[in-house]
Write a new protein. Sequence first.
Length: 147
Amino acid sequence: MPIEITDIQTTLEVTREMSGLVTKAATKCLQHEGVNPNEVEISIVFVDDMYIRGLNREYRALDSPTDVLSFPMDDPGIPGNDPVPIGDVIISLETVERDASDSGGFLAYLTLLVVHGLLHLLGYDHETDDDAKIMEGREAQALADLF
């Protein structure tokens, strides 16, 4: 699975352990959703709160930082020999670090956000209570294999 991890923040060091866990979480999530990880391309970008706040303001009209934003491709193209890009997952490591103690620790929270963001790329949302229950169930299934 082509997964590109880009780090454009300076708050935390992105370790090999973090990158490996992110890749593993994305792979497991795709497999649980019946997507061949070798046929898609995903970009995961680590940012700081100021950067994600700007994106949140521009795309969601919310002038505050958030933990994760997902940007699915409008037209991912036709599957063929090359991996199909499905979108970008943007994660604020500042927010992960700040909120990690409430969410089972830094790596557990980071992993949850990767899966959550990827599910958004695959079309899930949590706009209604029913949609939220479905998405939370899918998250739990994908995360069960990781921890």
